[in-house]
Design a protein around this ligand. Sequence first.
Ligand SMILES: Nc1ncnc2c1ncn2[C@@H]1O[C@H](COP(=O)(O)OP(=O)(O)O)[C@@H](O)[C@H]1O
Ligand SMILES: [Mg+2]
Length: 356
Amino acid sequence: MYIKEIDLQNFRNYSMQKVKLDKGINIFYGDNAQGKTNLLEAIFLCSIGKSFRTNRDRELINFNNDYSNIEISFEKKDRCGKINLRIDDKKRFLVNNVPVKKTSEIIGNIYIVLFTPDDINILKNGPSKRRRFLDIMISQLRPKYIYSLNQYNRIISQRNAYLKQIRFSDVNNNLLDIWDENLSIYGEKIHNYREEFIKKITNKINYIHGNITNKNEKIDIQYIYNFKDKKDFLDKLKYNRKLDIKTGITNAGIQREDFNVSINGKKLNLYGSQGQHRTVVLSLKISELEIIKEELEEKPILLLDDFMSELDFKRRFNLLNLMKDNQVIITCTDKEAFSKQDIKPKYFYVNNGIIK
Ligand SMILES: Nc1ncnc2c1ncn2[C@@H]1O[C@H](COP(=O)(O)OP(=O)(O)O)[C@@H](O)[C@H]1O
Ligand SMILES: [Mg+2]
């Protein structure tokens, strides 16, 4: 699939801006703080429903205005489509002029894979970035996933509120059985999807990482979980009940899951060099890309935010080669970085919220 046109109104540092994209490679270049990442953010919003940079919608609206509109027209194999987003006090999406009830329902219209320099934190920081990586990939491919995840999160916040109530007043804790039952139903679903996708990544990443490192590094990914299935989860919740009441939070569940990466049998987060982190992130993202390509009838759109500057010539070349059948949207400060590659991109110059 590909995006034909993007129309921004009062979005970040843009006031009125239309951009017609090429089916192939599009390069947005310009100095820092001109609006390159803002453009990718607009695309990401219309694809995933949320920004990759902020949870506060107000930040997305231009400083001098109180609303913002985004319109993205795209073409798929057999049809055209259009997403509209209006942000004011709320965020409202239209798909082909039809309002979307829940933000999460927007997912599955525009397929994307995002590469950003911040991806290095997927493996460096705590587990929340890794869960987010899985969540974004899986929700694009399994529409039911995001529904289960939202249900799970809703139940767990109710359960946690109830745990605190029990702690402070001596109310009966029988109601917990009901929360636990509901939690375990959605928890099992999410766990199964994550298990499926960690397996898919494992199958892909060995070959990909071997290629990038000239077969010097063997990579392993290990899923870290605290229950195997619904019954196991219920048992853990029962076992933890006293602890849960004492701490006022739910101590077992998918909100504690994670995955570990090892290189040649050594844990990356403990022993990995900066360079190794970078290559593993690249392997991980390429695995995501390959899985999405395989699962979908449509080719996803690739968003590369200042990502190429981190790679040497050979890796840049290989990556672009992998992406040659997709629409690619690249941001960079130096457009010459691509001049030696065997590609014919469409160039856009971004300067202070104006694209030429
Ligand atoms: N809500 C907003 N209204 C106006 N300008 C904004 C808003 N949010 C961010 N900006 C401006 O956008 C610029 C950053 O844009 P960005 O796309 O991240 O830059 P880059 O071209 O380096 O990727 C900064 O100048 C920032 O002040
Ligand atoms: Mg940027």
